[in-house]
Design a protein around this ligand. Structure first.
Ligand code: S5P
Length: 260
């Protein structure tokens, strides 16, 4: 089924979710559907990458629990860098507990994720309570949540009815849920944003079950909106030039779609 694609700008206009609206606007303005997964263990190194790669991305994805030197100062600097280069911050926390517990994990502890991450994600295995817990504080602070509908890893159990259930939970909680972590389009509703990890040019996977597709495959064939790239950029000889390459590959695939 080939139907006319809406542009990011048109989708931004349709969005009522403040974070989805903002992200689609950034994607349009910066001509980027690239999210960079900056999976390093040094806060200093993370900030340097964010400043270097920031101009080419719409979103920076973090795993702050792998940092050896997390601090409040790091958070302040990260926020300033996000503002400077106009990208959003996505903490890939993958919440997966009962509502009351994830609520505390979201707002307290060492990281206080809700204070600085525009976007977080959650597994749906606990049922909708996980979303209700997070949204209690997330909605008033105008934060967004992605549900994990599918995973890129070999043998993932997030398939079939599980994935369908994720879409239903998103529809029922669309004041907080803005889209999905997935491997392909899960719904035609243009307000939901689809983000796919497991993206690399010329790689097929790693030794621990990761599986890769190219930006063109993800955007053109599988119809995802945002490509998430980690080691494809991190381990490149020239990360900045490589980020530009991924930005162009991803955006060109999107433009080909919209022109069809
Ligand atoms: O299904 C998934 C979901 C996520 S969020 N598969 C993934 O790989 N991820 C994350 O995306 C993973 O935790 C890592 O941070 C990133 C992929 O990194 P890469 O180095 O393989 O590109």
């Amino acid at each position: 089924k080939q139907k006319k694609m809406l542009t990011y700008q048109q989708r931004a206009a349709l969005c009522t979710h403040p974070v989805a609206k903002r992200l689609f606007t950034i994607m349009h303005e910066k001509r980027s559907n690239l999210a960079f997964s900056v999976d390093v263990t040094s806060a200093t190194q993370l900030l340097q990458f964010a400043d270097d790669i920031g101009p080419y991305i719409c979103l920076l994805k973090t795993h702050v629990d792998i940092l050896e030197d997390f601090s409040q100062d790091f958070v302040t600097r990260l926020q300033a860098t996000a503002k400077k280069h106009n990208f959003l911050i996505f903490e890939d926390r993958k919440f997966a507990d009962i509502g009351q517990t994830v609520l505390k994990q979201y707002i307290s502890g060492l990281y206080r994720i809700c204070d600085w991450a525009h976007i977080v994600n959650a597994h749906i295995v606990p049922g909708p309570g996980v979303i209700h817990g997070l949204s209690k504080v997330g909605v008033p602070k105008e934060r967004g949540c992605l549900l994990i509908g599918q995973m890129s890893s070999q043998g993932s159990l997030a398939t079939g009815e599980y994935t369908t259930a994720a879409v239903k939970m998103a529809e029922e909680n669309s004041n907080f849920v803005m889209g999905f972590i997935c491997q392909g389009s899960l719904t035609d509703d243009p307000r939901f944003i689809h983000m796919a990890p497991g993206v690399q040019l010329g790689g097929s996977g790693d030794q621990l079950g990761q599986q890769y597709n190219s930006p063109a495959q993800m955007v053109t064939e599988k119809r995802v909106d945002v490509i998430i790239v980690g080691r494809g950029i991190l381990n490149a000889e020239d990360p900045v030039a490589t980020a530009k390459l991924y930005q162009h590959a991803g955006f060109e695939a999107y433009e080909n779609l919209s022109n069809n």
